[in-house]
Write a protein that binds this ligand. Structure first.
Ligand code: ZN
Length: 333
């Protein structure tokens, strides 16, 4: 019998856990999403993740697939060798410093690989998305936070102690907005969803925002990023100003990345820009101004093909990539 080889895959975010079963060719064979903090069977987010990971592993085996292992992406730094989460997991602080890899190895009875979620997305694009065949790729994800994944010569660049790719914390303005990381003027503080909302609220009253106030029912506490994009589309002056700055700051960051790494491809993903082509062209135009001309011209700047519905492909690609890399070591385990 030719049993299909599959990976149990999880993308753990601050609001949603996407879980599924993915084949080694990148087909999603089963998928479901649950809220990270609607814990149901447990009052502990760690147990919640364990239950869902095991459910995927059991389902894969019940359906007659050959389960190769578990891949998991989450929003923070991860020691990929030990499967231990770093202390900087801002959106799910309960998991800080936790050895989740070892726990899932035992609980799912399957080899588990976990890593930063944007590293996983970069690998997802490399194996199953539009970056197939690309050797040098940078993925920038914009949502609640801003993350980066860097692929150099076909390998994820994780750095000496797993902080490689923290592009959201590149300094754009040394005296700029304070960031949770302790620094100031980080890219994140200008372009993440919550920071865009915060900047709009700070400037309400300085500049007219009639459409935005209409959308939030004249209650500034209800303003969200989606309303700001919609109001800017309808020429709301404050929202247009803010998004103009967002696009310039992101373009400057992309220009920096081009000058640092001279990659073939930069992919912009995450929930914030929602694939809006108008912004992509503006970001490219700003990046052109901040980068060496020949380096800029060699870089394809595109929106990511993996979105929240297909993010588990990233976790599957992560597992597959590490399995290929450590094949010799794992075969002896
Ligand atoms: Zn920062």
């Amino acid at each position: 019998m030719n049993r299909q080889e599959v990976i149990a895959s999880l993308d753990v975010g601050g609001t949603t856990i996407s879980a599924g079963i993915v084949s080694t060719r990148g087909e999603i064979l089963f998928q479901r999403s649950v809220p990270t903090y609607d814990l149901g069977r447990s009052d502990c987010v760690l147990l919640h993740i364990m239950y869902i990971a095991r459910e995927m592993a059991l389902k894969a085996r019940e359906r007659g697939f050959t389960l190769l292992g578990v891949g998991l992406g989450l929003p923070g730094s991860v020691n990929v060798d030990t499967g231990t989460i770093g202390y900087d997991i801002q959106n799910i602080p309960e998991l800080a410093c936790f050895p989740l890899g070892v726990i899932l190895n035992n609980y799912c009875e399957a080899t588990t690989v976990l890593d930063n979620d944007v590293n996983a997305l970069a690998l997802g694009e490399l194996y199953f998305g539009q970056a197939r065949g690309v050797r040098n790729l940078v993925f920038i994800s914009l949502g609640t936070g801003v993350g980066g994944g860097i692929v150099l010569n076909g390998e994820i660049h994780r750095g000496v102690n797993w902080y490689g790719g923290e592009l959201g914390h590149m300094t754009l303005n040394p005296n700029g907005r304070p960031c949770f990381c302790g620094s100031r003027g980080c890219l994140k503080t200008y372009v993440s969803g919550p920071d865009v909302v915060a900047q709009v609220k700070e400037r309400l009253g300085e500049k007219a925002a009639p459409l935005l106030l209409n959308l939030c029912g004249n209650d500034p506490t209800r303003i969200d990023a989606e309303q700001i994009f919609a109001a800017a589309e309808a020429h709301d002056p404050l929202c247009q100003e803010l998004l103009g700055e967002l696009v310039q700051n992101l373009g400057a960051a992309v220009g920096n990345v081009i000058n640092f790494l001279n990659p073939e491809m930069i992919l912009l993903g995450g929930s914030l820009l929602n694939g809006n082509g108008k912004y992509l062209n503006s970001i490219r135009e700003w990046a052109r101004r901040y980068a060496f001309r020949e380096a800029f011209e060699a870089t394809r700047i595109l929106y990511a093909s993996l979105d929240k519905n297909t993010s588990i492909l990233g976790a599957a690609a992560l597992f597959y990539h590490e399995r290929l890399r450590w094949r010799g070591k794992w075969d002896r385990v």
